[in-house]
Design a binder for this molecule. Structure first.
Ligand code: CTP
Ligand code: MG
Length: 412
């Protein structure tokens, strides 16, 4: 196993509670949300942090092995960053057990409830940044939107609390390590968060904007709400994936062939009597070959050299239509249709203009899609300018035949 480099940041994930209010068969952090333990979801946020951190999971004594397995699954290659320790009777005790195993290099400590299973990684990063920038405690909180009353136990209203002063605070809560260490040791009162411990020791703690997804799963209602939110996210992710899969795909291809006085000229699928031919294993039709490369590239199928090997006798002397037809079959098999193709021939001869339409009709017919053909000289520069050969450059746009089909083929 690789060693963890000396981390500046540690995250203590407290997961040792029993979850009385949730009432699941297992401790709350091990209750299933969308088929995975809450702890698994919580650790996804932690391991999604920008900066590599030491991650300490505090688990019920009988569940340490399970916690280790869940952690290893999320941590993957970063498993060296993870350790599991036994929890205590109270949340504060559990935090103490986590603090006891921090690496000497750790300067900033975040404490996080496994019960806030959907907390995004960005909130961890925000809290770390806040602690580093200010040198004091930073906790996330959300403005209270309800009107809050102080009431007697019998329901009698005593007054309205000024809600502009209130914040519903969440975790992860971040602190300079030395401050949290000292405050935790000095703590006497039972409190429900670490900010209270640190504030009781006389230190500043400020609130930064929290995240609604960092809500705590306490009751079966909360668990179901998390389940629904995750289901919604799956739909979003699926929609994104499908949108990507259904987006047009573009490809580029270039081909060059040298003139060869012994051969007839075949270019853009046409025979050009009286023009100097092009050399090549096939007929040297640079325009058709560039189109094949553009189509294959757009489909992610490689290039013409990799598919039509020069050792393959079927393609010896073959004309452009043979390559184009086979390429079309391959991209259709991969779930695509041709949107359109544009090819430009670069060379002094032949003069394309008189036969441009003919070439376009032929190529469009083969590919069942619009193919435009254009030509240019290079102002007497380079090998095309010196009349040594012809180059062609093509661009192809492919469209997925059906979203699902293209998606499956593309991933395969
Ligand atoms: N926690 C802990 N050790 C304890 C008590 C609580 O690590 N002795 C953790 C819980 O696992 C949870 C977080 O502290 O991630 C917040 O506590 P809470 O939501 O109250 O969880 P539980 O105490 O498990 O739930 P309940 O109060 O309903 O029994
Ligand atoms: Mg509790």
């Amino acid at each position: 196993m690789t060693e963890m480099p000396d981390p500046d940041v540690a995250v203590i994930v407290v997961a040792a509670g029993s979850g009385t209010r949730l009432g699941a068969a297992e401790p709350k952090a091990f209750a299933l949300l969308s088929g995975r333990p809450l702890l698994y979801h919580a650790l996804r946020g932690v391991f999604g942090m920008r900066e590599a951190a030491q991650v300490v999971v505090v688990a019920p004594t009988d569940w340490m092995e399970a916690a280790g397995a869940i952690g290893a699954e999320v941590a993957g290659a970063a498993s060296a960053h993870l350790e599991v320790v036994a929890g205590g009777d109270t949340r504060q005790d559990s935090v103490m057990h986590g603090l006891a195993v921090l690496r000497p290099s750790v300067r900033t400590v975040l404490v996080h409830d496994a019960a806030r299973a959907l907390t995004p990684a960005s909130l961890f990063d925000l809290v770390v940044d806040g602690v580093v920038a200010t040198g004091h405690g930073i906790i996330p909180g959300l403005a209270v939107v309800d009107t809050i009353k102080r009431v007697e136990t019998d329901g009698t209203i005593l007054g309205t609390v000024d809600r502009s002063e209130l914040s519903a605070v969440q975790t992860p809560q971040g602190f300079p390590r030395d401050i949290l260490d000292a405050a935790t040791i000095a703590a006497t009162d039972e409190v429900t968060d670490d900010a209270a411990t640190v504030a009781a020791a006389g230190h500043v703690v400020s609130v930064v904007a929290g995240d609604p997804l960092a809500f705590k799963i306490t009751t079966p209602w909360d668990l179901n709400r998390a389940e629904l939110l995750l289901a919604g996210e799956r739909v979003d992710v699926l929609a994104d994936t499908l949108a990507v899969a259904s987006a047009p795909r573009v490809g580029t291809g270039i081909d060059v062939h040298a003139f060869d006085d012994e051969s007839p000229l075949w270019l853009a699928g046409l025979h050009w009597p009286g023009e100097r031919g092009l050399s090549g294993h096939s007929d040297g039709d640079a325009a058709s070959h560039a189109i094949c490369d553009a189509l294959l590239a757009a489909a992610g199928l490689g290039d013409i050299g990799g598919i039509f090997g020069t050792a393959d006798a079927r393609f010896s002397g073959a004309h452009g239509d043979v390559f184009l037809t086979e390429t079309l079959r391959l991209i259709q098999d991969a779930g695509f249709l041709v949107g359109n193709v544009s090819v430009q021939i670069i060379g002094n001869r032949p003069k394309l203009a008189p036969r441009r339409r003919e070439a376009e009709e032929l190529l469009s017919g083969i590919l069942s899609a619009p193919v435009s053909v254009s030509a240019t000289t290079t102002d007497a520069l380079g090998f095309t300018g010196r009349g040594e050969g012809i180059a062609a450059i093509a661009t192809a746009v492919l469209l997925p035949v059906s979203t699902a089909g293209a998606h499956l083929n593309w991933r395969a």
